[in-house]
Design a protein around this ligand. Structure first.
Ligand code: TMP
Length: 201
């Protein structure tokens, strides 16, 4: 197993977080420590920024900068130390989400995000990214059941379509790192696909 830094991506409602326990279990079976974390968040400051990001209206570039501020803390305090001591890191979202949401859906120029990516990540990239892909209608139908949607989850069909397209474009440009999972299938079928991918990395 060579992939050490694994990220999960997808639209809200794609169901990615449901599969985290299975992935952790499989990675632990290799006898290694697993650090399961998320973005925005993953550190005390990052979690405070998450509260602001998910509930306060702000300019799309402010949002981008705060995502990267939280990411800087996350990389310095959690991701890099964990990788350095030989742990696997499983992050529920990372920079692909910024390209999909802030650039794809909200129009922040991708080259501005690339500058922040280089600055903050200093070459760090996930080894493997699982993209949970669902048609927009499926995502919206699943979110309709959510009790108190955050500001991202209240967005329009057009917004979600842009996110999906941006994610799929990033996946097709980085095929060595991405595995696209058809997350519209049943929970059991998606779990099988996830297990297959993790077993073969
Ligand atoms: P979550 O619901 O998967 O935890 O993600 C929280 C929300 O934050 C989700 O709607 C996507 C959004 N988000 C961005 O817009 N940009 C980012 O860079 C990240 C990491 C998340």
């Amino acid at each position: 197993m060579t992939a050490k830094f694994i990220t999960l991506e997808g639209m809200d409602g794609a169901g990615k977080s449901t599969h985290i326990p299975t992935i952790i279990e499989m990675l632990k079976a290799h006898g290694r420590e697993v650090v399961s974390t998320r973005e925005p968040g993953g550190t005390p400051l990052g979690e405070r920024l998450r509260e602001l990001l998910l509930h306060e209206a702000m300019h799309a570039e402010t949002e981008t900068l705060l995502m990267f501020a939280a990411r800087r803390e996350h990389i310095a305090n959690v991701i890099v130390p964990a990788l350095a001591r030989g742990a696997y890191v499983l992050s529920d979202r990372f920079t692909d989400a910024t390209f999909a949401y802030q650039s794809g859906a909200k129009g922040v120029p991708a080259d501005k995000i690339e500058i922040l990516e280089q600055w903050v990540q200093e070459g760090l990239q996930p080894d493997l990214t699982l993209l949970f892909d669902v048609p927009v209608e499926v995502s919206i139908a699943r979110l309709a059941g959510a009790r108190s949607p955050d500001k991202f989850e209240r967005e329009s069909v057009d917004f979600f379509t842009k996110i999906r397209n941006a994610y799929l474009e990033r996946a097709s440009k980085n095929p060595q790192r991405f595995r696209v999972i058809d997350a519209s299938k049943s929970l059991e079928e998606v779990a099988e696909m996830v297990k297959y991918i993790i077993a073969t990395i």
